[in-house]
Design a protein around this ligand. Sequence first.
Ligand code: UDP
Ligand code: MG
Length: 207
Amino acid sequence: MGTAVDAPNKGTNGSMAEKKPTVVFVLGGPGSGKGTQCANIVEHFGYTHLSAGDLLRAEIRSGSENGTMIQNMIKEGKIVPSEVTIKLLQQAMAESGNDKFLIDGFPRNEENRAAFEDVTKIEPAFVLFFDCSEEEMERRLLGRNQGREDDNIETIRKRFKVFLESSLPVIEHYKSRGKVRMIEAARPIEEVFESVKAVFTSKNEAE
Ligand code: UDP
Ligand code: MG
């Protein structure tokens, strides 16, 4: 929805003068600790946390027409079509009233990434990457008991495969642009957060 003044709010080149939001992509394998650390970042640094997986699960619960399709894809560990996820992210950004976002668990493949940049014209300030062994991630996923339909060993194996084949190339893309901040994630929560804090404290250097 527009504000009271819509049309005149343009820069000299005709583009909207509105400042683009700051976006940090938070990536890492399933169970690497993205959600946990995002909650800490929100508390300390004033970002709004948008978990793509949580937005998709909320969309299933809302009874939307895409619900069944999303549910089936999540159960199989597959990546939901970009337009669905991007629409949910855009809505959540617009509704938040904030201009700083942690986008957690997205983009999951190169197509997600290109589509997001295309549609929103937003490039991430940087990418936080939680590096964790599969062994440790599997242990966490099987131990967390959040009632998720995809936290069973069969789906977990599929999610690991999708992560290696489809999501790691996104990390490589941003690595080649100097945008990846790698965090050793197979450590206790507080220790990991110390490393995360260091990244956000030197954020200006990153932009
Ligand atoms: N998912 C998706 N696109 C996204 C984010 C999530 O398709 O951008 C789906 C995908 O099936 C994934 C599942 O939602 O396996 C769970 O994602 P979430 O990020 O919640 O789980 P995590 O990998 O962090 O444990
Ligand atoms: Mg998560």
